[in-house]
Design a protein around this ligand. Structure first.
Ligand SMILES: [Zn+2]
Ligand SMILES: [Zn+2]
Length: 172
């Protein structure tokens, strides 16, 4: 459950545990540019920290499907996000980028927005299937982890413009 009933918060003495799950096809995850292999598991604690101000501290865990940037093999990486978000009914507190508005008459707080924001920022960085991945041959496309391919070593790209110039001079 990612929504917290504010009456429950009062009953809970100002703090309440949150626990829930966002399925991969949850509309809240629309536009999040990472492919999730698993639902996002969310745990946390919402705390009342003053008049109309609530602090949520949570953890979102999932597994991300990516591909090795060298050899393009599919790789799953665990993703764990520590999230701190301020939910506030005070419009002046909204300057803080980690704060989210709560309508003055709201009876519940939905922490999904904070999870979504973090996931948007957590777009997959470069992943590698293993530290010493050899990648694929740029000429024949063979996966070099399986062995050398027999292509001649690629000409040093720095000399290409010079070679082009020479060819041009020669053809004149
Ligand atoms: Zn690789
Ligand atoms: Zn090759």
């Amino acid at each position: 459950m990612l929504r917290v009933d504010l009456r429950e918060l009062t009953r809970g003495g100002g703090a309440v545990q949150t626990q829930g799950e966002l399925k991969q096809d949850d509309p809240a995850l629309e536009g999040v540019d990472i492919s999730l292999r698993e639902p996002v598991t969310v745990t946390g604690r919402l705390q009342s920290i003053g008049e109309g101000r609530f602090y949520w501290q949570g953890t979102a865990r999932t597994a991300v499907q990516g591909e090795c940037r060298r050899c393009l093999t599919p790789v799953a990486t665990a993703l764990q996000l520590e999230i701190g978000a301020l939910f506030t009914q005070d419009p002046e507190a909204l300057d803080d980028p980690d704060s989210y508005p709560v309508a003055p008459e709201a009876t519940e707080i939905d922490v999904t927005t904070a999870v979504r924001e973090e996931l948007l920022l957590a777009a997959p960085r470069f992943v590698e299937c293993r530290e010493d991945c050899k990648g694929i041959c740029p000429q024949c496309g063979k996966d070099l982890n399986a062995g050398p391919c027999g292509c001649a070593p690629a000409a040093d790209a720095r000399w290409q413009p010079l070679k082009a110039l020479k060819d041009m001079l020669r053809s004149n």
